[in-house]
Design a protein around this ligand. Sequence first.
Ligand SMILES: Nc1ncnc2c1ncn2[C@@H]1O[C@H](COP(=O)(O)OP(=O)(O)OP(=O)(O)O)[C@@H](O)[C@H]1O
Ligand SMILES: [Mg+2]
Length: 319
Amino acid sequence: MTQTTTSDASPTAGSGSRPSTGAPAPLLGGPGAGDGPDQPRTDVVGRPLPDFPEPPPLASHGPARIVAMCNQKGGVGKTTTTINLGAALAEYGRRVLLVDFDPQGAASVGVGVNPHDLDMSVYNLLMERDVTLDDVLQSTAIDGLDVLPANIDLSAAEVQLVGEVARESVLARALRPALDDYDVILVDCQPSLGLLTVNALTAAHGVLIPLECEFFALRGVALLVETIEKVRDRLNPELEVDGILPTMYDSRTLHSREVVARVHEAFGDTLLHTVIGRTVKFPDASVAAEPITNYAPAHAGAAAYRQLARELVARGDSA
Ligand SMILES: Nc1ncnc2c1ncn2[C@@H]1O[C@H](COP(=O)(O)OP(=O)(O)OP(=O)(O)O)[C@@H](O)[C@H]1O
Ligand SMILES: [Mg+2]
């Protein structure tokens, strides 16, 4: 079997912080990959792998596409994807706003914001009429990447919103003033399909579904898709599924490949070409409170999120 997984010992994406076009081949060890220079490259399910070009620079910014990172299963890579996709898009010159929409505050921590130390959080923006985006917004160490941070206060919103008028559209309304200033707004959802997540889906143009490559990954996806369809029917007719992103993929195991093949059978080309390999560099980067694109810019994990950014831009699912 070809060894094609992400290895921490062998970063592969060159040494620059922004390699030009070209996929990180070691993360994409599909059947045809590595068969020789004349073979077309394929993704992990054997589809031809397009060459996603580096996105052209933007002359002006906005209107933003809002993308909800959603899966009610815990620990599948929602927050990791929000942070690292956001940072990769910012590297490509996009203006990106991360919305931490989980009371655990992990996305805030991941970009260097201490959630215990906030005067104002996304909770205040949702619940208090006189609080504006600018009151809550924080810049990060990454150029072009801002965050609306959250902390445990947000857990009260789930209950308090129930009594609000148009309770499902509170986030959509709160984000409206940001649309012209950003190219992409990424909403990091909590692992539930409750009212906060419904707010994220109501605000969003697209949903990205990170899916851990393990046996029970597909359980619950039907329920998620049903929820997305309900929100589309009743609240947000424009809502699209932008893609399913396999995470924690280990090409050394038959198992990872089987999971992705099942996803492809069930969801066709909603399955993205990009696959995120399993590597300890992601938890390491979280501990350092940095995106992997900064923490280990040459690592295959950083290259994978850059490829995801390019793939989504090429599909028209990000600015
Ligand atoms: N590709 C990966 N390889 C290895 N570890 C990963 C990978 N992606 C994420 N992780 C780690 O797995 C854990 C869960 O990831 P993450 O927090 O992104 O998931 P989540 O879906 O946001 O979780 P929750 O549902 O609790 O919000 C974290 O410790 C993270 O560092
Ligand atoms: Mg999370």
